[in-house]
Design a protein. Sequence first.
Length: 91
Amino acid sequence: MVEIRHLKLIDAINRLGSMKKAAIELHLTQSALSHQLKQLEGYVGSSIFYRNHNELTFTQFGEEFCKLSKEVLAKIDHLEDQVEEHRHRIF
């Protein structure tokens, strides 16, 4: 199953350009981040990145996955904003 943490992982790697920086932002070890990425790739049955030494480049599937991840995360953020507004109105 694709989880929100997977979407955040892909977004962080895309924005920050490295697994090391993404791991720091997400408060994970690089090992944990790598494990989560391998889990995700195993689930979807495809690589999300080409790995060349320390450089990551999205595969074609990875680019589409990243684009959809951004859209879903934006909708989740919007939902959170709406929930927060609602909570302020009733309290």
